[in-house]
Design a protein around this ligand. Structure first.
Ligand code: NAD
Length: 339
């Protein structure tokens, strides 16, 4: 491959748009495409050369980079839909298919297999760092693929990110991403429950932070993305939980983690529960808020109870068994029910 490959960049959304801008700034020849005209207009305004169609975008490309919402989008685009040829058929033999979307591990392996069967090369490279990291070129890439393919894409990933980690073979990038986010989602719930418990026990946020951040409760959810305002001035809690990392994305990533937990037979309990909690959080207004706003949900639902599981006098909350209480699956198990 030449030192600076020609890149077809498909999926110019919140993440893909700024990532493509950084590739253009880095001296790469980029041809962008998105199925949504507004995304194409925005890309043009930001100096990304765009093509009229997917097939045009990939012809002449050394690398086909996709940044799509889901695995189904990736597989459909690779194979084509509605009788239209897909990207795999439109690309020249030996093209590198680099998928940076966050998708199921199985789908990533399937996408790589399809690309290789069609005579191409393939790498999965999901990211962390969000839109801020995409704009600043400070993303972390978790890469799955063979060592030579990893080395071939490493320089262009380094233009868009500050950290590029080779995690193993096809699908290993996705595996690393969902394992990390399983830890993150579960730890944020635990940290948030601990702060709400501290509130009920008369412990100040700062006191709990000072102890736990220097003790065995220390974790990123506490020390960087602290869910209460004050102890970490840069955490989203200090700006009314503007993301950050949106609740909808945490819900999505935990669903992918649960699919993998089920598919591999892991005897997991915390992961599926965390997925259920974030699914409900996203559905009940948390989708666009930072995922640390889960604490407000826990606090609101806790306001309806006292230590005996009863409704406190004057509380606006609801008694056990009402819709409000049923809203949190774990809460329903804590309220003294026969279970
Ligand atoms: P987005 O919805 O803003 O962008 C996706 C874009 O892909 C859309 O503009 C859509 O029109 C386009 N698209 C879909 N199918 C297409 C096709 N066949 N051809 C061309 N374009 C197509 O989503 P996003 O926030 O940019 O996220 C993209 C991926 O990155 C997701 O998998 C997400 O989970 C992951 N991710 C997002 C963030 C974040 O903070 N937004 C952080 C880490 C990872």
């Amino acid at each position: 491959m030449p030192e600076k490959q020609a890149i077809a960049f498909l999926g110019l959304g919140h993440m893909g748009g700024p990532m493509a801008v950084n590739l253009v700034k880095g001296g790469y020849a980029v041809a962008g495409f998105d199925v949504v005209p507004a995304a194409l207009d925005a890309a043009r305004e930001h100096g990304i050369p765009v093509s009229a169609g997917a097939a045009e975008t990939v012809s002449g490309a050394d690398v086909v980079l996709t940044m799509f919402p889901s695995g189904q989008h990736v597989l459909d685009a690779y194979l084509g839909t509605g009788g239209q040829p897909g990207l795999l058929a439109a690309a020249a033999p030996g093209t590198m298919f680099l998928d940076c979307s966050t998708i199921n591990v199985d789908e990533a392996r399937e996408a790589a297999r399809l690309a290789i069967d069609a005579g191409h090369r393939a790498v999965d490279a999901p990211v962390s760092g969000g839109v801020v990291g995409a704009e600043a070129g400070t993303l972390t890439f978790m890469v799955g693929g063979g060592p030579e393919d990893f080395e071939a894409v490493r320089p262009l990933l380094e233009v868009m990110g500050k950290r590029v980690v080779h995690c193993g073979g096809h699908g290993a990038g996705q595996a690393a991403k969902i394992c990390n986010n399983l830890i993150l989602g579960a730890s944020m719930i635990a940290v948030s429950e601990a702060f709400v418990l501290g509130e009920k026990l008369g412990l100040s946020h700062q006191a709990l932070f000072d102890v736990a951040s220097a003790a065995s409760g220390q974790c990123w959810a506490l020390t960087t993305n602290c869910p209460v305002p004050g102890p970490v001035p840069t955490s989203p809690a200090n700006r009314d939980y503007q993301p950050g990392f949106a609740g909808a994305l945490m819900a999505k990533d935990l669903k992918l983690a649960v699919n993998a937990l089920r598919g591999t037979g892991v005897a997991a309990r915390v992961g599926p529960l965390a997925a259920e909690i974030y699914d409900m959080f996203a559905a009940e207004g948390g989708a666009a808020r930072d995922f640390s706003a889960i604490i407000t949900d826990i606090r609101d639902k806790s306001a309806a109870r006292d230590g005996a599981g009863n409704k406190p006098a004057g509380s606006a909350g609801s008694a056990p068994g009402t819709a409000s209480n049923k809203a949190t699956p774990n809460a329903a198990q804590d309220d003294g029910s026969p279970e």
